[in-house]
Design a protein around this ligand. Structure first.
Ligand code: KIV
Ligand code: ZN
Length: 520
C-alpha cells in the first residue's frame, strides 16, 4: 500500500477565505480537532504576517503532539526567522517557503528573471535548513510554469535541502489530465527526486481541485494538501474530507492508506463551519446534510433491502450517528463530564464548571440536550475568553406586534465600565435591536451579512447567529448561540464588536514590537 500524507491548510489558505476571521482560541480549537482527525501536517498560519498570526502559530506548535506543525514564509530571511521563532517549540517543526515560478508571476509580480528566482529559492531553502529539520518548498503557480524550468529549479532546491516539493495549481486553472502529466514529468525527469516527496495543492476555481489532487496522486504525489470543507481563497481549496473518504472508499483501486480517522470527519467539518461561518451546502459530498438522505422511493426501497444498493458511504464511517445519547434536566455533573470525555473534550475544572452551568441553564428550556448542543456550548466556552475590557450586554427587550413598529430597548456596559441604555425602532425586530446596539456602541459600524441557523432539529433547537460587519472600516465577524433567535442575534453583533476591540489591541501591541513587521 502507498502511504499518502495529508497536509491541512485550513488555518492558513482556508483562513484566507473572504470574510473568515478566526481568533487565536478558535484556531487552537480547530488545530486540536485536526489532530484528532489525524492529519500529518497542519499549516497553522503565516507567522511573519502579523503579531496575531505569529502568536496563533506558536500556540498551536507548542500544543500539538501528533502532527507536524508548519507555517508559511515568503522567500525572505525575516519570514523564515519569524517562522522558526513561532515553530521551534513544536514536536516536528517544518517550514513552508514559496516563490512563484510561472512566467506571468516572475515577470509581473516578482519582476525577477528565472535565474534570479532560482538563486533566491536555493538560498532561502539552504538558509531555512540551518534551523528547520524539514523544509517544504512550493513553486507558486506551478501549473502555469514551464516544465523544464520546474525540473531545473526543483533539482536546485532539493540539492539545497528541500524535503518536500509542492506544485500548486494556485489559480485553479489546470485539468486532471494536465496536472497528472506535470507530476509524471517531474517524477521522471528530476535527477534527485528520490530525496524529496512530491505534494499536490489545488484550488477549486473550475471545480476540479479534488479531481486534480487525485490525478497528482496517480502520478507520483505522496502528499495532498487541502482544507476542511474546501474553504480557501476565492472558490477554495481541495476538500480534505472528500479526498480522505475517496481514498478510503476506493482503496480497492488506489491501494492507498492514510492516517486519517474518518470517524472524526463530521465533527471536524462542523467545527470549521461553525467557527468560520462558512456553511456547508446541504448537497456537499461527504459532510452535507443530504449526503446520506435517500429521497426517491426506488432508492429508499433499495437501501432498505440492501444498504449497498445506493449507499457507498455509511453515515457512521464519517462520524454521523443517529442514536446520539441525550442528557436532560436530571443529568448530574458526573454524567455530563462523562459525555464530554466521550466526545473528546478534556476540560479544566474551571471550564467544566462553566460548561455545566450553561448546560443546566439550557435544560430549563430544552428537554433533551443532544451532542450537537454540547458541541455548541463547549465550542462557545472554549473560544470566547478575552482578557481586555469590552462591551457587555446586560439585558434587552423587543416589542413586536403585527401592525406596530418594532422597538428595542438595550442595556449594556461599555469598555470603560459605564452602564448605558438606549431604545430604537426598526422595520423588524432584529433591525430594531441592531439599531439600538449601533446607537450604544461608539465605533463606526456597518453590518454586511447576517445569518441564522438552528443547531440540530426540533422546535426547541438552539439558534446560532453569524454576523459580518465592518467596524471602523475593518472587516470582522461575530457569532453566538442561544435558545432565542433575538438573543443569539444580539450577542453575535456584540461579539463582532468585541473581536474588533481585541484585534485593535493586538495590533497596537504589534506596532510597538520591532521584531515582527506587518506585511501587506
Ligand atoms: O496556492 C498557492 O500557491 C499557495 C502557496 C502559498 C503554496 O497557497
Ligand atoms: Zn493555495
Amino acid at each position: 500500500m502507498t502511504r499518502i500524507n495529508i497536509f491541512d491548510t485550513t488555518l492558513r489558505d482556508g483562513e484566507q477565505s473572504p470574510g473568515v476571521n478566526l481568533n487565536q482560541l478558535e484556531k487552537l480549537e480547530i488545530a486540536k480537532q485536526l489532530e484528532r482527525f489525524g492529519v500529518n501536517v497542519m499549516e497553522a498560519g503565516f507567522p511573519a504576517s502579523s503579531r496575531g498570526d505569529f502568536e496563533g502559530v506558536k500556540k498551536i506548535a507548542d500544543t500539538i503532539q501528533q502532527a507536524s506543525v508548519t507555517g508559511l514564509a515568503r522567500a525572505v530571511k525575516s519570514d523564515v526567522d519569524a517562522a522558526w521563532d513561532a515553530l521551534k517549540g513544536g514536536v516536528d517543526p517544518r517550514l513552508h517557503v514559496f516563490i512563484a515560478t510561472s512566467p506571468i508571476h516572475m515577470t509581473h509580480k516578482l519582476k525577477k528573471s528565472p535565474d534570479q528566482v532560482v538563486t533566491i529559492a536555493e538560498d532561502m531553502v539552504r538558509y531555512a535548513r540551518k534551523t528547520f529539520p524539514k523544509v517544504e518548498w512550493s513553486a507558486e503557480d506551478a501549473s502555469r510554469s514551464d516544465l523544464d524550468f520546474l525540473v531545473h529549479i526543483i533539482e536546485k532546491v532539493i540539492d539545497a535541502g528541500a524535503t518536500v516539493i509542492n506544485l500548486p495549481d494556485t489559480v485553479g486553472y489546470t485539468t486532471p489530465y494536465e496536472y497528472g502529466k506535470m507530476f509524471r514529468y517531474i517524477s521522471e525527469n528530476v535527477r534527485n527526486i528520490d530525496k524529496a516527496i512530491l505534494s499536490a495543492h489545488c484550488h477549486d476555481d473550475l471545480g476540479m481541485a479534488v479531481a486534480n489532487s487525485i490525478s497528482a496522486m496517480e502520478n507520483g504525489a505522496t502528499q495532498v494538501e487541502g482544507t476542511i470543507n474546501g474553504i480557501g481563497e476565492r472558490a477554495g481549496n481541495a476538500a480534505l474530507e472528500e479526498l480522505a473518504v475517496a481514498m478510503h472508499i476506493r482503496k480497492d483501486f488506489y491501494n492507498i492508506e492514510t492516517t486519517i480517522n474518518l470517524g472524526e470527519t463530521k465533527r471536524t467539518s462542523d467545527l470549521v463551519s461553525k467557527l468560520t461561518g462558512m456553511f456547508v451546502p446541504r448537497n456537499k459530498a461527504v459532510v452535507g446534510q443530504n449526503a446520506f438522505a435517500h429521497e426517491s422511493g426506488i432508492h429508499q426501497d433499495g437501501v432498505l433491502k440492501h444498504a449497498e444498493t445506493y449507499e457507498i458511504i455509511t453515515p457512521e464511517l464519517v462520524g454521523v450517528h443517529s442514536n446520539d445519547l441525550v442528557l436532560g434536566k436530571h443529568s448530574g455533573k458526573h454524567a455530563f463530564k462523562d459525555r464530554l470525555k466521550k466526545l473528546g473534550y478534556e476540560l479544566s475544572d474551571e471550564l467544566l464548571g462553566k460548561a455545566f452551568v450553561e448546560f443546566k441553564q439550557l435544560t430549563d428550556h430544552k428537554k433533551m440536550i443532544t451532542d450537537d448542543d454540547l458541541f455548541t456550548i463547549l465550542t462557545d466556552i472554549q473560544t470566547s475568553a478575552y482578557d481586555i475590557s469590552s462591551y457587555d450586554l446586560t439585558s434587552f427587550q423587543v416589542h413586536y406586534g403585527s401592525g406596530n413598529l418594532p422597538t428595542a430597548t438595550v442595556a449594556m456596559t461599555n469598555p470603560d465600565g459605564d452602564k448605558c441604555e438606549e431604545a430604537r425602532t426598526g422595520s423588524g425586530s432584529v433591525e430594531a435591536l441592531y439599531n439600538t446596539l449601533d446607537a450604544l456602541i461608539k465605533e463606526e459600524l456597518h453590518l454586511t451579512d447576517y445569518q441564522l441557523n438552528s443547531v440540530g432539529r426540533g422546535r426547541d433547537a438552539l439558534a446560532e447567529a453569524h454576523v459580518k460587519m465592518t467596524v471602523e472600516g475593518i472587516d470582522v465577524t461575530g457569532r453566538a448561540s442561544s435558545q432565542d433567535v433575538l438573543e443569539a442575534s444580539a450577542k453575535a453583533f456584540v461579539n463582532a464588536v468585541n473581536r474588533f476591540i481585541h484585534q485593535r489591541a493586538m495590533e497596537a501591541g504589534t506596532k510597538n514590537d520591532q521584531e515582527h513587521t506587518i506585511l501587506t
